[in-house]
Design a protein around this ligand. Structure first.
Ligand code: DGJ
Length: 823
């Protein structure tokens, strides 16, 4: 092939070839065409395929139609073989033969609900352009603008924009579909705008941001569900006729169903096969509708939750839907995740902390809950500084009369009884201990028992104040109201300036109910706009505060992961993954997040044992090993920890710091997991969690193996690392192990010269001073043999004896392994 042409091909992301639009990233292709009848036919989304000037790309991609199909409605007499039911579409209309789900539902001024989207024109632009001229895919669900064609020209490298303008046939309505092609992360994002070109209002009932039609339905759908302390449970189903509808109705993106979901060929594994990943840059109620129609075609729609949603689009106005995100990889779920991770890291996260490694923190919540005071916190801080913690965080309880969750949200004045020297006094003392200081806020909420509520009951989302469904004794402020937004920004600015504050945890602890905005009522707008406009208000506050305080590391939180989404991540680079800090549960929760979100976005802490949510006792090592695969910290009463525990924690923090850049920026691979779909053999079936994170240069990797239950008489276990260079020699090591004699219970008597009563003082003293060496891993091999053959680990304890070569691997134990290139 002519080299010049080849180079040209590589650089062009968006091409129009006759009536076909082809969108190429580094490894994927997306294509659609303008049909003879004017509608847009979706042609292809998958691994990269060739498209060349002069070749009829459409020839291979377009399905042919020969006869009118049965009783189906045809589009018009001149095209009597076209039925919209049997044609994949880019933006499905309604009432013209497509009996599948429509992407948009609305009512025109004369009551008509039929929409037929007809192509008008296109534009291709270098860089990213949107109606606000923003350069990043933040979740900017804008106030409607009268600037459909007034794009400001701003450029982001490695991305191109395709604008497709459509008109609703016979109606005063236009649509703009904007496609952003993110070359290096292999992601395509899409935005939808609707403009009322008439004078009478149009009522929008549903406006889905993303639509993907597929010619068949040979797919496994994976969605992520859960609840408080049970986030991101992966649920798989094979598509058949009919459909699936998921999403949230809680007002926020929710732990019920995360907006991220996947479709894959049923044979796909973590590392092979075609996998699609979809997400939405939005934090409000959302919906995903996947259906298989009468011809076996699949339609995937995702966007704002239509239940409870209406939007009045007045004459001349523009409605903008949140941005839909999609990617595809033929290298399995891990391949798809790598695309998503790169996209989130490089294009969603913004600000100073997007690319900056995060400090090791200690959070006061599970150490003291509401019972805090300056002396107690300083005690904790002192212990934290001694073991190498870098950031000390004061959680809930520091303001107003906040001694429980019934009071004071809204009254953001420091409680002088607890903190006599104020935030500044505490922050300065923490700084003197060599750490930075951070605090907790929950700015979107108010307790009825607060001064703010007394003064401004009209600032709350509620219909009848006396008859409001309660959640954690608090109510949601009406962030639709610009006055409330202003109050929030100014009040939080005062808090964030009240001392040397380096970190803020922004919490949000209730779902919306009785959704009703007094402000919208005053403005004469439909209440169906409340959730969307709340999110616009929230984003405006987050945008302003992150602009005013660019150095602060912000962490999102919503009772854990009740609002874990790309909208929040557009402003805050990390989110507290779950209020469940039990390492065994956390491993599954973090494994779930990892499908759509990079490790650095998920904050994870080591907490005490027994765990406060499950009462399970897990070894300190396991708690560390799991939390290290996230934005890492501790959340326990270190002041009460034993000398031995403190020493262990100190060395954990040293290990973490040594490998922090790998955890933070490395490529993450899932291996075997509790779901066990890739397992093989009794000991592996659903019992293990196996992860690898490897530096970008593929020279340093950290691997985890975690076991739920001990399996008797099963000495052998292999670790299968991923992402290594095949022809590179590596050194494989572990953290030298010391065995806890108490794990052996009264078996100690098989070697002890005198009888030792279990759990007696002698037993405890023995365990304190006698810590036999455990297994050491020390092996050299090439990357290919490590990955293909697996690395046989030291034999596990199997009931017949113990020596220093034995891996004592009981219930809930884990190990970290390190793989380092040798030259
Ligand atoms: C819920 C959060 O998820 C917890 O970590 C803690 O900050 C509490 N709120 C405080 O009320």
């Amino acid at each position: 092939m002519d080299r010049k042409f080849e180079i040209l091909e590589e650089r062009i992301l968006i091409q129009k070839i006759n009536s076909t639009f082809v969108l190429n990233t580094e490894k994927t292709t997306y294509a659609f065409r303008v049909m003879e009848t004017g509608q847009l036919e979706h042609l292809y989304y998958g691994a990269k395929i060739r498209s060349m000037e002069g070749h009829e790309t459409a020839g291979i991609l377009v399905e042919r139609h020969a006869f009118q199909p049965g009783t189906n409605v045809i589009l018009d007499p001149d095209h009597d073989t076209f039925t919209m039911n049997d044609i994949c579409q880019e933006l499905s209309g309604s009432g013209r033969g497509d009996t599948g789900e429509a992407a948009i539902e609305l009512i025109f001024p004369d009551g008509c609900q039929t929409i037929d989207w007809i192509y008008d024109k296109f534009e291709i632009q270098d860089g990213r352009h949107d109606l606000e001229g923003k350069t990043l895919p933040g979740a900017h669900v804008l106030e409607e603008k009268q600037r459909l064609e007034e794009n400001e020209k701003k450029t982001v490298a490695g991305v191109q924009t395709l604008n497709i303008y459509l008109k609703a046939k016979n109606e005063n309505l236009t649509a703009l579909l904007q496609y952003f092609v993110w070359e290096d992360s292999n992601v395509i994002t899409r935005k939808l705008y609707l403009k009322n070109t008439g004078e009478q209002p149009v009522e929008i009932r549903k406006a889905m941001s993303g639509q993907l039609d597929f010619a068949d339905h040979d797919f496994r759908l994976s969605s992520f569900h859960g609840a408080w302390t049970r986030e991101m449970e992966k649920a798989d189903m094979l598509l058949t006729s009919g459909g699936y509808r998921g999403g949230s109705r809680t007002g926020n993106s929710s732990a019920d169903t995360n907006p991220f979901f996947m479709l894959a060929r049923p044979s796909a594994t973590e590392d092979t096969g075609l996998v699609y990943g979809m997400n939405l840059i939005y934090s409000g109620s959302h919906e995903e509708a996947i259906s298989v129609n009468i011809f076996g075609k699949t339609r995937v729609l995702w966007g704002i939750q239509r239940e409870g949603f209406t939007y009045r689009l007045d004459g001349g106005r523009i409605f903008e839907a949140p941005e839909a995100v999609m990617t595809v990889s033929k290298n399995g779920y891990n391949g798809m995740s790598h695309n998503m991770h790169k996209f989130v890291r490089d294009h969603v996260l913004t600000g100073k902390w997007a690319k900056k490694e995060r400090p090791v923190l200690l959070n006061s919540w599970e150490a003291a809950y509401f019972k805090i005071s300056e002396s107690k916190l300083l005690n904790l801080a002192k212990a934290a500084s001694e073991v190498g913690v870098e950031l000390f965080v004061m959680d809930d309880g520091w303001f107003g009369e906040r001694n429980d969750d019934k009071h004071s949200l809204g009254d953001w004045d420091v409680n002088k009884k607890k903190l006599p020297h104020g935030i500044k006094g505490l922050a300065d003392k923490v700084k003197k201990l060599g750490m930075s200081f951070g605090l907790w806020v929950e700015p979107e909420m108010v307790n009825v028992e607060s001064k703010l509520y007394m003064e401004h009951p009209e600032w709350v989302l509620q219909h009848i104040a006396e008859d409001h469904a309660e959640g954690r004794n608090q109510r949601v402020l009406d962030l639709v109201n610009p006055e409330v937004q202003k109050w929030l920004i100014e009040t939080m600015s005062k808090v964030f300036s009240s001392g040397d504050i380096s970190y803020v945890k922004w919490d949000m602890n209730r779902n919306m109910s009785d959704i009703y905005s007094p402000y919208l009522k005053k403005e004469g707008r439909p209440q169906g706009e409340t959730v969307l406009r709340y999110m616009q208000g929230l984003y405006a506050c987050m945008a302003e505060l992150t602009k005013r305080f660019p150095d602060i590391l912000f962490e999102g939180c919503a009772s854990g992961g009740n609002r874990f989404d790309l909208g929040i991540l557009s402003y805050f680079p990390q989110i507290w993954g779950s209020d469940d800090t039990d390492a065994i549960c956390r491993a599954e929760i973090q494994n779930g997040y990892s499908y759509g979100y990079p490790l650095s976005c998920v904050s994870a802490h080591v907490s005490s044992a027994p765990n406060h949510q499950t009462l399970r006792v897990t070894p300190l090592e396991t708690r560390f090993d799991v939390a290290a695969f996230g934005s890492f910290g501790y959340e326990l009463n270190l002041a009460d920890a034993s000398k031995d525990e403190k020493e262990k924690i100190k060395s954990q923090i040293e290990t973490y710091k040594k490998y922090r850049s790998v955890f933070f920026q490395g490529d993450f691979y899932r291996g075997r997991s509790y779901q066990g779909n890739l397992s093989n053999g009794y000991e592996l079936r659903g019992n293990l969690m196996e992860w690898t994170v490897i530096s970008e240069d593929q020279r340093t990797a950290v691997c985890l193996i975690l076991q739920k239950e001990q399996v008797p008489n099963m000495q052998q276990l292999r670790l299968y690392p991923k992402g290594l260079l095949e022809n590179q020699k590596y050194h494989f090591t572990n953290i030298p192990q010391r065995v806890n004699l108490k794990m052996f219970g009264d078996l100690v008597n098989t070697v002890a010269p005198v009888h030792v009563k279990q759990d007696s003082m002698t037993h405890n003293l023995l365990a304190k001073f006698v810590k036999p060496d455990g297994e050491t891993e020390d092996l050299y091999a090439y990357g290919d043999s490590m990955m293909e053959n697996g690395i046989p680990l030291s034999p596990a304890y199997s009931g017949t004896g113990f020596n220093e070569k034995t891996r004592v691997f009981g219930d809930f134990t884990s190990r970290l392994y390190f793989i380092q290139a040798t030259n």
